[in-house]
Write a protein of this length. Structure first.
Length: 408
């Protein structure tokens, strides 16, 4: 396997990686799971049709905390240049020729008992359940139950299902019976994080009026906003890519804290569910400039870096998953005729490079920075990350990898 990019290479052991073609559009542009199909719909609802009653506006104003100035902590350089991130293959979830065929993966979640729940394109209103060893077990949901299963998140032994099409939050028991369901007052756009059995943090926004907008919300069991934070002074602009307003979320230490990572800036913020900003971490590296997402690059240009996901482990270390176009992007995509771009369906791992960085949240040092030529798309539980592979550009299996740091 050829490795490129900056930092130390990722060590891959176990199953060979295949091209992640199911994440790729015919135009050759990356399809961020669940975003492209809903981008125009979300913007239309968020910016034109989601009128909020006056009472709702007053609630949001009352729950918005006062502005807090928090000086950013600039992360130091890589503390251990000889350290590498190690990926060890654990299990493959899904099957091309089994009882269930999965399409483009939308969301995958590790349940408390070791099972995996997965949603995919082509069966967006269903949840597929797999055993810890990858065997297919069952499907649940269906038309009328879910419209589009965009986010699957766990808290304790409950599975939280976020459906932006029906704008509903549904909590399922370990037996996949409905515990409760509620209509959401916030459009789920960037990410969703259960912080308790009854509350969610949501990366999204509500257009209440002209002017400032809040990008993070604590939502209660009835779907209403309990706290609004992360004010955007200019409000939400239609002429900007939604990525600018999206955040990747991760739990902090205790149920009262959480982390929110900007997608198009290397900036991670620690918030309290009370709406108070506790800490801001920034990383200043030339390979990740601040940008405006798709607005700064044409459809055929090499994609700029984006933070895909973050997680904090039990040792108070933050793992950051970053994806950008590889050095081969121009060669593979720049001059290729539209009709020939099916070629890239088997070369997605050459088109993209993933950077995995590990940050010590106590010393604010970057412990390790590694690169891998693979299309990793999500952390799955503590110390695990997911990639995907495809044999025909449609059916997809998900590979789960164990993460560790190797010192040479």
């Amino acid at each position: 396997m050829r490795r490129r990019g900056r930092g130390r290479p990722v060590v891959i052991v176990g199953r060979d990686r295949k091209a992640m073609a199911a994440f790729f559009s015919k135009s050759g542009r990356a399809r961020f799971p669940g975003l492209s199909a809903f981008r125009l719909l979300m913007l239309r609802h968020l910016l034109g049709r989601c009128a909020v009653p006056l009472a709702g506006i007053l609630v949001m104003l009352a729950t918005a905390p006062p502005a807090v100035s928090q000086a950013p902590v600039v992360l130091s350089g890589v503390e251990c240049p000889s350290c590498e991130v190690r990926l060890s293959h654990l299990v493959t979830v899904g099957a091309f020729d089994g009882p269930v065929e999965t399409g483009q993966v939308i969301s995958v979640s590790l349940l408390e008992d070791g099972r995996y729940a997965l949603s995919s394109q082509g069966s967006e209103n269903l949840i597929s359940v797999f055993a810890a060893d990858g065997r297919f077990l069952m499907r649940t949901g269906g038309r009328g139950v879910f419209g589009y299963v965009r986010f699957l998140r766990t808290h304790g032994n409950s599975l939280h299902v976020i459906d932006p099409m029906m704008r509903r939050h549904t909590v399922l028991s370990p037996e996949f019976t409905v515990v409760r369901t509620a209509r959401l007052s916030v459009e789920p756009l960037g990410d969703v994080l259960p912080v308790s059995d009854s509350s969610l943090v949501m990366s999204g926004f509500v257009r209440a009026a002209e002017g400032p907008a809040h990008l993070l919300h604590v939502v209660g069991p009835a779907g209403g906003i309990q706290q609004a934070m992360a004010e955007e002074p200019e409000g939400v602009r239609m002429d900007r890519s939604p990525e600018v307003y999206m955040r990747a979320l991760a739990p902090g230490r205790g149920s009262e804290l959480f982390w929110a990572a900007h997608r198009t800036r290397y900036r991670v913020e620690e918030w309290g569910v009370d709406g108070v900003l506790r800490r801001v971490l920034v990383r200043e590296v030339p390979w990740f400039p601040d940008h405006r997402g798709a607005d700064d690059r044409g459809p055929d240009e090499q994609p700029l870096p984006r933070i895909v996901d973050v997680q904090v482990d039990s040792d108070d270390r933050m793992w950051v998953l970053i994806r950008h176009g590889s050095e081969e992007w121009d060669e593979l995509m720049g001059s290729r005729p539209q009709e020939d771009r099916e070629f890239v369906m088997s070369n997605l791992d050459r088109l993209y490079t993933t950077v995995i960085e590990v940050i010590d949240l106590r010393s604010h040092a970057v412990l390790a920075s590694s690169t891998v030529d693979a299309f990793l798309f999500s952390f799955v539980g503590d110390g695990r990350v997911a990639s995907a592979s495809s044999s025909d550009g449609v059916a997809t299996t998900v590979n789960i990898w164990d993460l560790s740091i190797l010192t040479r």
